[in-house]
Design a protein around this ligand. Structure first.
Ligand SMILES: CC(C)(COP(=O)(O)OP(=O)(O)OC[C@H]1O[C@@H](n2cnc3c(N)ncnc32)[C@H](O)[C@@H]1OP(=O)(O)O)[C@@H](O)C(=O)NCCC(=O)NCCS
Length: 211
């Protein structure tokens, strides 16, 4: 029997990932151990560090240990790798998380698009909408909230389009490019969710209609 040709060798971009939810060309799937260096590279890039006001890079050793804990999983967190479908492959482009407070059925939301070429193309907005659908219709949360630096206009715009609204401002509690910066507090509740019902469609086998 002939050996398979080299071009069938799987790569990070051509392996069909285990996707939990898809919408158009965006997918959400579990965290992956083989992406440890990729997550680390993304999280230590300057746009992501600036977006989270991080002042020191993290070592690969530290990130790998953190990922091991995240991969073990627990009931107080749901973490997703974000994929974008292009060139006939699902490419990992970022990460998003819900850190759940079970006492009140709330969660704090985090997101970044790590691959620069995939920012500003609607990926963050769609992924945020999909996580809200999951948060309200899988995790049964009452409220999802986030904090964002007031200078981070791209993030604020993406969050607003996905259904978050600003409910307050914390003054000078963050920093942006080395200067003190305000942080907006934004939240989303299930009663106001108007995005696509992807979870419902997957469970009931119905068309993915807006409510
Ligand atoms: C924030 C982030 C997740 C958004 O994802 P994204 O895929 O780039 O966002 P989208 O393309 O869906 O939407 C961005 C919106 O902001 C707008 N935008 C982009 N840069 C902007 C800027 N400098 N000023 C104003 N608006 C801007 C875009 O035009 C778009 O709005 P539109 O569709 O009305 O035109 C992504 O940019 C990112 O990962 N940034 C670095 C990490 C970070 O800051 N995370 C959030 C921390 S709270």
């Amino acid at each position: 029997m002939q050996a398979p040709p080299d071009f069938l060798e799987p790569t990070i971009n051509t392996i069909a990932p285990d996707l939990w939810l898809t919408h158009d060309d965006i997918g959400l799937g579990p965290l992956r151990a083989d992406l440890a260096e990729t997550y680390w590279r993304w999280e230590n890039s300057l746009p992501v560090m600036a977006g989270y006001a991080r002042q020191t890079p993290e070592s690969l050793t530290e990130r790998t240990a953190g990922l091991e804990a995240q991969l073990e999983g627990s009931a107080d967190q749901t973490r997703f790798t974000i994929y974008r479908h292009h060139d006939d492959a699902w490419t990992p482009v970022g990460m998003t998380s819900l850190l759940i407070d079970d006492r009140y059925r709330t969660a704090e939301f985090f997101i970044y698009i790590g691959e620069p070429d995939h920012r500003g193309r609607g990926t963050g907005t769609i992924a945020t909408t999909m996580v809200l659908d999951w948060a309200f219709h899988v995790t049964a949360l009452r409220c999802v909230y986030l904090e964002v630096l007031a200078n981070n206009t791209a993030a604020i715009r993406a969050y607003e389009k996905a259904g978050f609204r600003t409910v307050g401002t914390r003054r000078r509690t963050g920093s942006w490019l080395g200067q003190p910066a305000d942080e907006l507090i934004m939240d989303a509740v299930p009663e106001e969710y108007s995005g696509p019902r992807l979870v419902e469609a997957a469970v009931l086998g119905t068309p993915r209609a807006h409510p």
